[in-house]
Design a protein around this ligand. Structure first.
Ligand SMILES: Cc1cc2nc3c(=O)[nH]c(=O)nc-3n(C[C@H](O)[C@H](O)[C@H](O)COP(=O)(O)OP(=O)(O)OC[C@H]3O[C@@H](n4cnc5c(N)ncnc54)[C@H](O)[C@@H]3O)c2cc1C
Length: 535
């Protein structure tokens, strides 16, 4: 069987892409390492941006806010396209059944940080969950095929053209190939490198990015990792920006407010980090918003605080800390969302479409996955039309099957779980809201050492059935591959911009660095360069 479009990843980006490829008449398969409704998109709470009426807000302001937040690294044409398409995207989501909250019959909107006006459409504080489930229901209705519990290992590429991908069947540990004329990578971001210091789901291990890197794609702007100011102190579970948007205060244990709560996320995160470094504790206080408002608009935030922090926000301020939340960097794509490999597309958090630049505006990611997801699906379906893929057993599949067999016999001399914990801690400390050269170089040497030791780590569990030890080992390998790209990029960027703050270079330097960092592999060796912004 050869598909027209293989979509890897079943989050909002993957499902939007699949639906529009199908609309173009393509035979589509969506493969994912879990089940579609478990994708990280379901965790999005705050909202999805769109200017629904030019009464008090304008599409021009949406474009301006996005560009301001991007600190010069967004592509103006992409920003304009996405902001202009936003009202249509909301109309479409509404038409297929997304249960948006409403006020006086109209879709309700609220203000998120960095936005000029209330612009985020929401479904209480379950926005991503409602969007994702609606997209999935609609995909089933449209007859899209799904292949669940299939873990992407590698992309099959010959003469710089994609032919499909190899997957590990999680149930049996067998390697299989899926052939397709076009492939869309939609596997989400890489914030889970920060493990317990991240708001993300356990899936966000960057597998799609490392597969793309190995397949000859370029990754760009990998150093830009957004820290969200309000993650719960103990668990890093997110408390949505909607809470601050609604008037929540940030206070220290003395009850003092110390920052304008609606500044961009990087500024607020740094202010909180400074308070914590001074020995203070930091809280989000929403008590004054009242029971009725909280129960109507922020019910999930209240539940999460009670379950994960043991604090009822109606009665007490919520203890918080900044945590890694969103990765702006990703697989480098052109204006059609195509990578440097022909017929291979990437979209959503795993891609760098240059919409967010150095810092993402809250509410713009859900927008990206729908608008650009649909665009990627359409483009991939079109390029599949003129393409031929030979129905044969590809060498990559054999190599991957041998690799998996090999992992079962790797000596288990070093515990990779310990290394993974250590990596997350040194990343949070040295590649967090503040960075400086010495710390970054120290972490790079640790990462290189981990790469050398990987084949001595191996797995303890030798069972082929649902072997989570094996999956986590492969994820760890992917993360240390990506960690190098993040560090090399962060070390090269000797300035501060957006989410990348260098203590040793605190100023923005447009003369030298109004450019994207680009990394790629040549004969297995990582190369890096800067590429001037096109605007
Ligand atoms: C707590 C939280 C709250 C957020 N709130 C908002 C918000 O209010 N507004 C907003 O705009 N943004 C928000 N975001 C960001 C936004 O939700 C994400 O950026 C977006 O949903 C990413 O969608 P995606 O489809 O690209 O990836 P995901 O939803 O992460 O989907 C990736 C898919 O790829 C699959 N996958 C991964 N690796 C593999 C592999 N090796 N093989 C096969 N499949 C694989 C996964 O299982 C999943 O199906 C929030 C994020 C978090 C974590």
């Amino acid at each position: 069987m050869i598909y027209d479009v293989l979509v890897i990843g079943a989050g909002g980006a993957g499902l939007s892409a699949a639906l529009s490829a199908k609309e173009e008449g393509a035979k589509v398969l969506v493969a994912g390492k879990s089940y579609p409704t478990r994708s990280q998109t379901s965790m999005a709470q705050g909202g999805i941006n769109a200017v629904l009426s030019e009464n008090g807000d304008t599409i021009f302001s949406h474009i301006e806010d996005t560009l301001n937040s991007s600190a010069g690294l967004a592509d103006k044409r992409v920003v304009e396209y996405v902001c202009k398409e936003a009202p249509k995207a909301i109309k479409w989501l509404d038409s297929i059944g997304t249960p948006f909250s409403r006020e006086n019959g109209k879709i309700a909107q609220r203000k998120l940080g960095g936005s000029y006006a209330p612009r985020a459409c929401y479904a209480q504080d379950y926005t991503g969950l409602k969007i994702l489930h609606t997209l999935y229901d609609f995909s089933i209705k449209e007859g899209i095929e799904f292949l669940d519990e299939s873990f992407l290992l590698n992309l099959i590429v010959e003469e710089n053209r994609v032919k499909g991908a190899t997957f590990l069947d999680i149930k049996t540990s067998q390697v299989k190939q899926i052939l397709s004329k076009s492939v869309i990578v939609a596997t989400g971001g890489y914030s889970k490198i920060y493990k317990d210091f991240s708001t993300n789901s356990s899936h966000a291990t960057g597998d799609g990015l490392s597969a793309a890197l190995r397949a000859g794609c370029r990754l760009s702007d990998m150093e830009f990792i957004q820290f969200h100011p309000t993650a719960l102190k103990k668990s890093s579970v997110l408390i949505s920006e909607a809470a601050r948007g609604a008037g929540g205060f940030l206070i220290n244990q003395k009850g003092e407010r110390f920052v304008d709560e609606l500044l961009t996320r990087d500024e607020v995160s740094r202010a909180i980090y400074n308070e914590i470094e001074k020995g203070n504790e930091v809280f989000l206080d929403i008590r004054h918003l009242g029971k009725e408002f909280i129960e109507k608009n922020l019910p999930q935030e209240r539940k999460l605080s009670i379950i994960y922090e043991g604090v009822d926000p109606l009665k007490e301020p919520i203890p918080i800390k900044p945590a890694a939340h969103y990765t702006m960097g990703g697989i480098d794509v052109d204006e059609n969302l195509e990578t440097s490999v022909e017929n291979l597309y990437a979209v959503g958090e795993c891609a760098n479409a240059k919409l967010h630049g150095a810092n993402r505006l809250g509410g713009n990611s859900l927008l990206e996955i729908v608008v650009l997801g649909k665009f990627a699906g359409k483009n991939a379906a079109k390029s599949a039309k003129g393409s031929v893929v030979e129905d044969k057993f590809y060498e990559k599949t054999l190599m991957d099957a041998n690799f998996i067999k090999g992992v079962f016999s790797f000596p288990n001399k070093i515990d990779f779980y310990e290394k993974r914990d250590f990596l997350s801690k040194i990343f949070y400390r040295n590649v967090g809201v503040y960075r400086e050269e010495m710390g970054l170089k120290g972490v790079l040497s640790v990462v290189k050492q981990m790469q050398r030791e990987l084949s001595f780590m191996g797995i303890k569990d030798k069972s082929p059935l649902y072997n989570t030890n094996l999956i986590e080992f492969i994820e760890f390998g992917n993360m240390i591959e990506l960690a190098e790209t993040i560090l090399v990029s962060a070390i090269s960027r000797n300035e501060s911009r957006g989410a990348h703050f260098r203590v040793d270079y605190p100023q923005r330097d447009d003369e030298k660095f109004l450019a994207h960092t680009v990394t790629w592999k040549e004969d297995g060796v990582l190369c890096a360069d800067f590429e001037k912004v096109k605007n």
